[in-house]
Design a protein around this ligand. Structure first.
Ligand code: EPU
Length: 338
């Protein structure tokens, strides 16, 4: 039975562990719940925030509207020759979904092991890690259109994926709620170990012909060693995006900083490692009040226990200023600020 609660603490619902309140809060378990929620008078004309795992948001104040947590569950698969289409409810925890695929020998998402958050959030920012992005395995998704109450299907082309980008963050922002995602996976494993750290980890484990379970275990190990566990240290993964710059801007930087960590992009630009830029500015592992950067990965901002969202936000401003004055590059936040 759908319940709309009032004045609810959002602390358990955001991975940063920021203690703010929502005026209204509802958890939905089905598309039918969404339909009845949006028919409710209380909901009309309220500010609306949809969350999955709450792992990509920083709350800087109480939320004076309705927060909807999506908990639509269920995973089904359909094998066609050596391809398999797997459909997961938006509320499935992302890593549970990855584990399901690894256990069933469905290849394609093992490099995305242990990413926090839910399946429904994965297309919104085209999650990615260790050489694979969501768009590489995405088939389609279904979404509830808030205005009409209809369920629509979005194909790959409809979603306009980019680096941590999609149409759901841009032109259609706030208009749809993703209810399920279908992935195009393979039952004949094609392993991607191109990312250096995975190769090294597999070598350390003495594995020469890895299967997808090996890759998943290697990726999980790398993540645990580098990234803080949100259940003990609040964080939202990478706080900033890796900046993408033009070749001529890059020429200026590399002239002054020959060891700058960088990667070419498919469209002839250069992506810089924001973690490296931040570390060079002296911020890695710094503790500033209740916040700071993670000791093993400077791109991750953390809550050391009782940080406020404003404290974390102000700290992120300091980092942006310092990277700008040292390298002339403006960092853009990956995390949504509310
Ligand atoms: N680096 C440093 N100092 C640091 C952190 C990184 O010098 O404090 C250097 C590393 O040595 C490496 C390079 O920067 O040479 C890249 O570091 P890493 O492999 O850790 O990856 P990243 O570019 O910092 C991105 C994603 C992560 C994803 C990893 C692995 C973004 C914004 N972040 O981080 O995604 O897990 O690659 O593929 O694209 C997330 O988006 O929340 C996230 C965690």
């Amino acid at each position: 039975m759908l319940q709309i609660q009032e004045n609810i603490s959002l602390k358990p619902y955001n991975s940063f562990g920021i203690d703010v309140k929502a005026s209204y809060f509802a958890e939905v378990f089905s598309e039918a719940d969404l339909t009845s929620l949006f028919k409710n008078e209380i909901v009309k004309s309220k500010r609306l925030l949809v969350i999955g795992g709450g792992s990509n948001v920083l709350f800087t104040e109480d939320y004076g509207g309705l927060v909807v947590k999506i908990s639509i569950k269920g995973i089904q698969s359909k094998e066609i020759d050596d391809k398999v289409l797997v459909t997961a409810g938006a509320g499935e925890v992302w890593n549970d979904f990855v584990n399901y695929c690894v256990e069933h020998h469905f290849a394609g998402v093992e490099n995305l092991s242990l990413i926090p958050g839910t399946v429904g959030a994965s297309p919104i920012q085209n999650i990615g890690a260790y050489g694979v992005e969501l768009k590489d395995v995405f088939d389609s998704c279904t979404a509830f259109e808030i205005q009409s109450g209809e369920i629509k299907t979005f194909t790959f082309n409809d979603c306009q994926f980019g680096y941590r980008e999609s149409i759901f963050k841009r032109a259609l922002k706030g208009q749809y709620i993703i209810t399920s995602v279908t992935f195009r996976l393979s039952s004949a494993a094609k392993i991607n170990t191109s990312y250096g750290a995975i190769e090294t980890e597999l070598l350390n484990r003495g594995i020469e012909n890895p299967n997808i379970a090996d890759v998943s275990a290697a990726v999980s190990h790398i993540r645990v060693s580098k990234l803080p566990d949100p259940s003990t240290i609040g964080n939202a993964g990478s706080f900033f995006k890796n900046p993408v710059i033009d070749k001529h801007e890059f020429a200026d930087i590399v002239a002054k900083h020959p060891d700058v960590v960088h990667y070419p992009t498919a469209d002839g630009k250069i992506k810089l490692a924001a973690g490296w830029l931040i570390e060079q500015c002296g911020w890695k592992g710094k503790v500033v009040g209740q916040t700071g950067t993670w000791k093993n990965q400077a791109l991750v901002l953390v809550n050391h226990g009782h940080a406020t969202g404003t404290e974390v936000y102000n700290f992120s401003e300091q980092i942006i200023d310092s990277v700008k004055s040292t390298f002339g590059v403006t960092l853009e936040r990956e995390v949504n600020i509310l």
